[in-house]
Design a protein around this ligand. Structure first.
Ligand code: NAD
Length: 244
């Protein structure tokens, strides 16, 4: 692959971190973005030649605009955008406060919206095409009890991906999304242990995904091999979900 500039949000932990490291290992220039700037610096420190850290809250439009300005000044417009930033806490829908609901939607749905609306204008004007890849969730495809608002936001991300794919096609920008099932990251481990065990038992392949296994299709969607694929959704769930 020719060297490209890849912006990855949520790059301080879990799937985003594994994605950033995998792009860097292929020689790409990676912009590792996270709310947790210190942890993003730790990601960058593993491969300082290829990875630069940025601090940004993706749910805050003004911060995403400031990120774009900083990135543009440093390296120009990215070729690939990956949104892995996400957040949730498992609980019954009936327990959800309005503040919790707003936070879940702000991070998991508005974050991807801000990223697209702030970065895509320059990508469309460049005439170089590009790639947009969102980490959604199988919760957004098939529902997930205890993750109801999150599932709604992730379902929104899937529809956002498909609609952006239609609008961005004329600019040669493909938009796809990867839906992880249960994956061994701090986000998954924040859940009740009994729930973790029950989920693992329900997975036909009988284990969690590694963050690297979820990063793999992200790299595929960014690669030349995926040049004619857009508006698509792939699950990485060990067979937990098989709905069409
Ligand atoms: P994680 O908690 O390990 O990492 C998420 C990262 O996002 C963290 O570094 C966190 O600081 C960052 N982040 C959170 N809010 C942010 C914000 N407002 N702005 C910028 N960064 C922010 O989680 P993960 O499991 O690696 O999750 C990665 C993505 O995959 C998320 O979108 C998540 O919803 C999705 N996902 C994960 C699982 C799973 O089982 N782990 C399953 C389905 C979907």
């Amino acid at each position: 692959m020719t060297q490209r500039t890849v912006l990855v949000t949520g790059a301080a932990s879990g799937i985003g971190r594994a994605t950033a490291l995998a792009f860097a290992a292929q020689g790409h220039m990676v912009l590792a973005v996270d709310l947790n700037g210190d942890a993003a610096e730790e990601t960058a420190a593993t491969d300082p030649e290829h990875i630069t850290a940025f601090t940004c809250d993706v749910s805050d439009r003004a911060q995403v605009e400031a990120l774009r300005d900083a990135v543009t000044e440093k390296v120009g417009s990215p070729d690939v955008l990956v949104n892995a930033a996400g957040w949730d806490r498992t609980d019954k829908f009936l327990n959800a406060s309005p503040e919790f609901a707003e936070k879940v939607v702000a991070i998991n749905y508005m974050g991807p919206v801000h990223l697209a609306s702030v970065f895509l204008p320059a990508m469309t004007e460049s005439g170089n095409g590009g790639r947009l890849i969102y980490l959604a969730s199988d919760a957004g495809r098939v529902g997930s009890s205890g993750e109801t608002i999150y599932a709604g936001a992730k379902g929104g991300v899937i529809a956002l991906t498909k609609s952006l794919a239609r609008e961005m096609a004329r600019y040669g920008i493909t938009c796809n999304c990867v839906c992880p099932g249960p994956t061994d990251t701090p986000l998954f481990r924040a859940q009740d242990e009994k729930l973790q065990e029950a989920l693992i038992r329900a997975i036909p392949l009988r284990r969690l995904a590694t963050p690297e296994e979820v990063a793999a299709p992200v790299l595929f969607f960014a690669s030349e091999d995926a040049s004619f694929i857009t508006g698509q959704v792939i699950s990485v769930s060990g067979g937990l979900t098989m709905a069409g």
